[in-house]
Design a protein around this ligand. Structure first.
Ligand code: FES
Ligand SMILES: [Fe+2]
Length: 387
């Protein structure tokens, strides 16, 4: 057995140990989980090239001609709203010589490759091949962009590279119920987030799976509003988990949310839910807004973090009519993300320490254990144990 295979074997054994462990005495994962190239390759193959991956909001393709691009496990993707009203997710690799036919976002009738200007309709059919008379190449029926399964859920756009993925929405029934009071289908992107964090995707995601770190990484108005002591793990399935944060309405950031909370009632009036959908989505609610983040692996030590601060349409209007409000919110979101991403630097640096030992998890970190179990299911499934 090669050394890398032995290491991978040891790591998947460790993951399996989380299946049976009592969460109240569970420990962090060993740091090799965040540095192993072999494990990273397995994650790409079995998770990011198979699962439903969240890449945007329906707002980004809410009219005919709108499109945006994304990347899933190294595959460049373009999402379009074609004339037939359908939202499609397709490979954006040109059928001529591999250039990405689109980047960023925009609105147009066609997508044109910048290299030799082949052009495609928004349903992926090839429409134009300048200076070429090969009829077969221009025949959309035999030359079109490969398409992928796409599903929208609460206004989020998910894509799967798998051939026949199981429909997503039924797997998230419970999560939809938890998020129902926020009715976020038509919420708007008030501040977009797109940055690279210097850490493994699992390290980056884990900051979003628990509220235990709030006092540590977010001292000041954020921890005043949502102190660590108020964080409480609620529930988990094999697809998602949820914890809640108790809001301090006396605090600077908490006070303005009180009317929204009062209007909601129930648990949400006092404690905002954070729902994490495996493998990489985090939806963190407060009564007047939602912070939505997705964690896309780049390599073992870098993660692209995309998402947005989402607000109800009325709140979106109000923010844009109030001078300085958008800038102030952007600063606050950037500050929050800077505090989380800065922790990555230290964590990733210590990932190779010979003295780094997995410590005991706090009860507020229980969602981590459920995420580790999910990883075990995907990377080391039961039927594989018997082989
Ligand atoms: S690579 Fe796209 S037109 Fe040549
Ligand atoms: Fe954080």
């Amino acid at each position: 057995m090669l050394k890398s295979e032995m290491q991978l074997d040891a790591l998947t054994n460790t993951l399996r140990s989380y299946r049976e462990c009592d969460p109240s005495v569970a420990r962090a994962m060993p740091m090799e989980m965040y540095t192993s190239e072999a494990l990273f390759d397995l994650e790409m193959e079995r998770i990011f090239r198979q699962e439903w991956i969240c890449i945007g909001r329906t707002e980004q393709v809410d009219h005919v001609g709108a499109w945006f691009t994304a990347d899933v496990a190294g595959e460049p993707i373009v999402v379009t709203h074609a004339e037939d009203g359908q939202i499609r997710a397709m490979s954006s690799v040109c059928r001529h010589r591999y250039m990405a036919i689109a980047s960023g976002q925009g609105t147009s009738r066609r997508l044109q490759c910048p290299y030799h200007r082949w052009s495609y309709a928004l349903d992926g059919t090839l429409k134009g091949t300048p200076l070429m008379e090969t009829p077969s190449a221009a025949d959309g029926s035999i030359c079109r962009l490969p398409s992928f399964s796409v599903e929208t859920w609460l206004g989020f756009v998910f894509v799967s590279l798998a051939t026949n993925p199981e429909p997503l929405a039924p797997q998230l029934d419970g999560a939809a119920r938890t998020l129902a009071p926020y009715a976020m289908d038509d919420w708007r992107i008030a501040v977009a987030v797109d940055e690279v964090w210097p850490g493994n995707w699992k390290l980056a995601l884990e900051t979003a799976l628990e509220g235990y770190h709030l006092d540590g990484l977010h001292p000041g108005p954020i921890a005043d509003m949502l102190p660590s002591r108020g964080a409480k793990f609620i529930e988990a399935t094999d697809r998602w988990s949820c914890f809640r944060l108790a809001i301090n309405f006396e605090s600077e950031f908490g006070a303005p949310t009180k009317p929204f909370a009062d209007a909601m009632g129930g648990d949400d009036a006092i404690a905002s839910p954070t729902v994490s959908i495996h493998p990489h989505v985090n939806i963190s609610c407060s009564p007047a807004a939602t912070t939505w983040l997705t964690f896309h692996p780049i390599d073992t030590g870098h993660t692209r973090v995309r998402g947005a601060y989402l607000v109800p349409p009325g709140e979106f209007e109000r923010m844009h009519q109030t001078e300085g409000e958008v800038e102030m919110t952007t600063d606050a979101i950037n500050q929050l993300n800077r505090e989380d991403s800065s922790a990555m630097v230290g964590l990733q640096r210590n990932a190779r320490s010979r003295f780094a030992e997995p410590g005991l998890l706090n009860e507020r970190e229980e969602a981590l254990v459920h995420f580790y179990r999910y990883l075990a299911d995907k990377l080391s499934p039961d039927n594989e144990d018997q082989q």
